[in-house]
Design a protein around this ligand. Structure first.
Ligand code: SF4
Length: 346
């Protein structure tokens, strides 16, 4: 089991639930927008929010935002160790740095001192673009060079007394990413932050992330995840939640079951499933909801669902655990079904 590390009020590793992280696509110095974004993503299941910090204004923004939200915030810093110190001063709950580009070991030591004094963790790691030259020369671009690059950074932080470390070894190549995390997991107890980099648009990105993150989680590897997508950040969080929910690793959300439909389907099942997906995305309670194409097979196929709907040419049928409880006029199904979902949550 990985070591427990606390990121603000969220504990990761040590058998705690897998945490979902996302990253803002704009500057944190736009504090009002940042607060709105943190709240918007929290509502759909984001546990930890990361912001890039590229100047002093960004670093100073943490103290303003921290007063308005309770989601733990991560400061992502490159090149300037002073921005790391300022972000820590401002109340960042974790920082993400590359010790290799913040100005030498003495600077890393200063950041390490601030981390220890404020009891906050740090994430370090590598990706295929930042493999250390010595490992690239020795091993080529593979899981060993990716893993050893990350572990070298870990060793440097340990040298300066930092104990709360999170590691990532991201790659865009899913097989390489999986092997690299497996490699690192064998060599360390620190919690691992999983992700596939440059995963692509929503469709291909969700596929890549589901395979990469999902296969690692199935083998008990990984403590926080980010599903990077070239899409709205809300979609990242919803995708992450769906991966965890599919693996039964997240209980505080609705699982939506929908049939693919076939020749028996005689109603607008797919658009209705989309509406339901939208309706349940902010619900943070465990519930299995089904939207099925026909009343002949639908209730039986979705017998595990707490509540479901199946449509015929004339009517819709609401069912619970496979048993039909209501026959509803099609025009009323939206309000009736959403009302029944609400009742299930009471
Ligand atoms: S529930 Fe009905 S419509 Fe959907 S796949 Fe099964 S038989 Fe086809």
């Amino acid at each position: 089991m990985s070591k427990q590390v606390s990121i603000g009020k969220v504990n990761i590793g040590g058998g705690n639930p897998i945490a979902i992280q996302s990253m803002a696509t704009f500057k944190i110095s736009d504090t009002q927008r940042a607060v709105e974004e943190i709240k918007r993503l929290k509502a759909v299941g984001c546990d930890i929010m990361r912001f890039s910090v590229s100047d002093e204004q960004d670093a100073n923004a943490f103290s303003v935002i921290k007063k308005q939200v309770d989601t733990p915030l991560v400061a992502d810093i490159h090149f300037d160790y002073k921005l790391a110190l300022k972000s820590i001063d401002g109340g960042a709950d974790k920082i993400r740095i590359n010790p290799g580009n913040i100005g030498g070991e003495d600077k890393v030591e200063q950041v390490a001192k601030a981390l220890r004094a404020n009891k906050i963790p740090v994430r370090v790691g590598s990706n295929t673009g930042s493999i250390e030259k010595e490992f690239l020369t020795k091993y080529g671009k593979n899981e060993v060079s990716l893993g050893e690059s990350a572990l070298k950074k870990v060793a440097l932080l340990e040298k300066f007394g930092v104990e709360d470390i999170v590691i990532s070894v991201k790659a865009s190549d899913v097989r390489l990413m999986v092997k690299a995390y497996e490699y690192v997991a064998k060599k360390t107890q620190y919690p691992l932050h999983l992700g596939v980099t440059e995963a692509g648009t929503e469709y291909s990105g969700v596929i890549k992330n589901s395979i990469g993150i999902g296969s690692l989680l199935l083998n008990g590897i990984g403590d926080t995840i980010r599903v990077s997508l070239s899409a709205d950040t809300e979609r990242e969080v919803i995708a992450a939640k769906s991966i965890l929910s599919a693996l039964d690793l997240r209980k505080d959300c609705v699982t939506l079951v929908a049939c693919p439909t076939c020749g028996r389907c005689e109603w607008d099942c797919m658009p209705f499933a989309k509406k339901v997906e939208d309706y349940v995305k902010n619900i943070n309670k465990p519930l299995k909801v089904a939207v099925m194409g026909c009343p002949v097979n639908g209730p039986g196929e979705a017998v595990d669902a707490d509540i479901g709907v199946a449509g015929s040419k004339q009517h819709c049928y609401v069912f619970k655990k496979g048993k039909i409880i209501l026959k509803v006029e099609k025009e009323q199904i939206e309000s009736v079904f959403f009302g029944e979902i609400d009742k299930c949550l009471q």
